[in-house]
Design a protein around this ligand. Sequence first.
Ligand SMILES: [Zn+2]
Length: 183
Amino acid sequence: MDDDISTAVYVVNRYWATHWSQFFSGRYSPPSIFGGYQKGGRRPPFCGPRRLDYYNAWYCRDGDYIAWDIDLMAEGYRSGDAWVYLVIAHEWGHAVQRRLHASLIMRAYELQADCFAGAVLYGAAADGTLRFERGDVEEIAAAHRRLGDETPWTDIGDHGTAAQRMSFFKRGANYGVTGCLPR
Ligand SMILES: [Zn+2]
């Protein structure tokens, strides 16, 4: 799993570094990677005044870094490696949002991050930096079923239902980064 996480970080960063200027002005800068933390192991980092919660993955705006609970990653990973790519690409999407002008950020903030994840993973596949394996597409759908909220998206903090999340991921996969920007 550690190799897949490292690869995911590499591939997602490489995609944004390579394509940033096609979509956005200014220079791309990557977020920092805190990496994994775990109950009984490395403690979660502070994000602002408080430590991150266990059993989640995060982009912390305050410190501009990405961190995740190792147990969460491991649990998802049991049903396939696509999970870690999805989680990293989604959190990276939030780092990208922080770098964008407010006019480019969707109110459906979480769904935009899902869309960026689709754009990046499929974009990286098109670049040849990432190869989809048999089963990955089904794993992605299964991961979204796990990740969805029970209630639909209505406000900024909501993730949206599994179907909404999957549809935004697909929008990114099909139309790329520009498909993830407000019209
Ligand atoms: Zn998110």
